[in-house]
Design a protein around this ligand. Structure first.
Ligand code: SF4
Ligand code: F3S
Ligand code: FES
Length: 251
């Protein structure tokens, strides 16, 4: 070996995956272990792909963008919700436990149907701009907005609907109808948006119960695990304050 040869010693990782496919007859929940040599800059996305290519083509997990944008790779990483494509193995110990996000319909192994949950929540909270006019006035929709307000709305629009805040919230795990931090922050977002013609009473009717703002026990797990670092706690407190100010009580 020449003097200039660089030898990199990589860790041996053990990746354990909670596996179960409810659609496969005879499938039982089990933990499967995969040994793997850690590569430079390896993310869990790379690790799982390597496992699927070289060891086990039957392993099911979701990825689309690989860049923390689509939200589809969220899973429990050593018990904590996070994005697999943004998690580097070097920041974890050599033994890594992966499981599907709780609180969502399981598709198989690490893949869950967050889309179905998010659609249900969006339909229930009507997360779109409501106008009073029969015909939408596009010029009004394009009216100039105060930059500070636009920034606050933009901040909440950064949500990628990954579901981590639901998986990290004890209330959401106990109460299937709870709209969670993602839902409450969407209500805050539309309440801030001057283009949305809904009245306060209309907003708060949507979240003025235990499945909405009164179900939140300020446990803060949502904010701790949000991969986009959204100010979820502040937005939930904002909705609560606005409701109290205007005399709305538990529905
Ligand atoms: Fe994910 Fe954060 Fe949006 Fe929750 S609020 S769905 S954790 S991006
Ligand atoms: Fe849950 Fe977050 Fe409230 S963790 S209880 S939604 S502060
Ligand atoms: Fe899109 Fe991870 S693959 S966020």
């Amino acid at each position: 070996m020449s003097e200039n040869t660089v030898t990199a010693s990589h860790r041996r990782l053990t990746i354990r995956v909670l596996r179960y496919n409810p659609r496969e007859p005879g499938s039982e929940p089990r933990i499967q272990e995969y040994p793997l040599e850690e590569g430079d800059g390896m993310t869990l996305f790379i690790a799982l792909n390597e496992i699927r290519e070289k060891q086990d083509p039957s392993l099911v997990f979701d990825f689309v963008c690989r860049a923390g944008i689509c939200g589809s790779c969220a899973m429990l990483i050593n018990g904590r919700p996070g994005l697999a494509c943004r998690t580097q193995t070097k920041n974890l110990g050599p033994e890594i436990m992966l499981a599907p996000l709780p609180g969502f319909e399981l598709i198989a192994d690490l893949a869950v149907n967050t889309g179905k949950w998010m659609r249900g929540m969006s339909e229930r909270l009507e997360t779109w701009v409501h106008t009073r006019e029969q015909e939408v006035d596009l010029t009004r929709l394009e009216e100039r907005m105060d930059p500070e307000l636009a920034e606050q709305i933009y901040e909440l629009d950064r949500c990628i609907e990954c579901g981590c805040c639901i998986a990290g919230c004890a209330t959401a795990q106990m109460r299937p109808g709870f709209v969670g931090a993602v839902g409450l922050s969407k209500i805050a977002r539309f309440r801030l948006d001057p283009r949305d013609a809904r009245t306060d009473a209309e907003y708060y009717e949507l979240v003025g119960d235990d499945n909405g703002v009164f179900g939140c026990m300020s446990l803060l797990g949502c904010q701790d695990v949000c991969p986009k670092d959204l100010p979820l706690q502040a937005r939930i407190a904002y909705v609560r304050r606005q409701m109290a100010k205007q005399g709305f009580t538990r529905g």
